[in-house]
Design a protein around this ligand. Structure first.
Ligand code: SF4
Length: 340
């Protein structure tokens, strides 16, 4: 990937939540990039740090969370150092966000139309009539019936699925260059979920919009993403193209996640392989590799040493000691051949 293609670069991002009973290490030294027009999926179980990373990227952690290291460089400038004013103009205009809970961004006091028109006019130099027209078009675009009437309604009058689509319409209204979606389709039924994914695909090819999709669903990743970043216990464990991660997964956690995906092929009746153990307790991070209590390949050093990141292919990185071992074995085999 060329440097000029990079739209957002997250480097060494760490986030903690200090509390009375200890500190939650939510994200640890996360690195990933989003290129122009590409769709990056961030996957992982609950507590993996995927949503916290997204909130930190947009400085939405409020006062409870603390970024303890790292940078989030968007178009050459670190968002973590933006002034509040610059941040305000970036959010909703250049970068749109969709949350799992629509009520987080819809205000029950104002009609849907009032919120959309205000958002558009805050970021674009257009008159009210144009803003109304564009809002109605966007509501229709996300598949909402009778958009003119919907403009006059309030969020609490709508079903959960409709609220979700309104939020998506609002996030897309100003034509963002990057859309960050946090489990945005999880609460929707599969038909609506599919419609929304199709819409996102269309917008991506029409406008070249990049996306970061945070999900626990590998099906969504395979359908829409170009690259994927697998998180566990706050660490990025594996990152690469969807093909590389699906077909040449190198991290034991990624392999376990893939083995746990139900297969729809009636000719292949294989038992599902659940990942042993329970998801990590962020208050009690294991020492060494955070995945070691659940890993079938755990070695002595895994209990004490945090593994480093290894490059295993073009744009494909893995955080695991097994890669050290593989490299060491390869080196030993090479020496034996030379000296033998
Ligand atoms: Fe398993 Fe060790 Fe690799 Fe962690 S570093 S995933 S415990 S082999």
């Amino acid at each position: 990937m060329g440097v000029s293609e990079i739209l957002m670069e997250v480097r060494d991002l760490s986030v903690q939540f200090p509390g009375k009973n200890g500190t939650v290490l939510a994200v640890s030294h996360a690195d990933f990039t989003v290129c122009r027009g590409e769709v990056l999926g961030i996957v992982g179980e609950s507590g993996s740090g995927k949503s916290t990373a997204a909130y930190a990227m947009m400085r939405l952690l409020k006062k409870v969370g603390r970024v303890t290291s790292g940078s989030v460089v968007y178009e050459g400038r670190d968002i973590l150092r933006y002034s509040d004013r610059d941040l305000q103009s970036l959010r909703g205009s250049e970068i749109g966000m969709i949350f799992q809970d629509p009520m987080q961004c819809l205000d029950p006091v104002y009609s849907i139309g009032a919120q959309m028109v205000e958002t558009l006019r805050a970021h674009r130099s257009i008159d009210r009539a144009q803003a109304v027209k564009q809002s109605v078009e966007m509501l229709a675009r996300v598949g909402l019936p009778e958009p003119e009437k919907l403009m006059k309604r309030y969020s609490f009058e709508l079903s959960g699925g409709m609220q979700q689509r309104v939020m998506i319409a609002m996030a897309l209204l100003c034509g963002p260059r990057l859309l960050i979606a946090d489990e945005a389709t999880t609460a929707l039924d599969v038909t609506v979920q599919d419609q929304i994914l199709q819409l996102l695909k269309e917008l991506r090819s029409e406008r070249g919009m990049a996306m970061v999709l945070i999900t626990h669903n590998f099906g969504i990743v395979s359908e829409i993403c170009d690259r994927v970043c697998v998180m566990y216990g706050g660490y990025v464990m594996e990152e690469g193209s969807v093909d590389a991660v699906f077909y040449e997964a190198s991290h034991p956690y990624t392999r376990s996640l893939i083995a746990a995906i139900p297969k729809a092929d009636p000719m292949r009746i294989e038992p599902l392989l659940p990942i042993p153990g329970t998801p990590i307790d962020p208050m009690q991070h294991p020492t060494g590799c955070v995945f070691h209590p659940r890993c079938a390949y755990c070695m002595e050093r895994c209990r004490t040493e945090v593994p480093g990141v290894h490059t295993v292919g073009e744009g494909h990185t893995v955080r695991c000691h097994l890669l050290d071992t593989a490299a060491a074995q390869h080196e030993t085999a090479g020496k034996e051949t030379v000296h033998g």
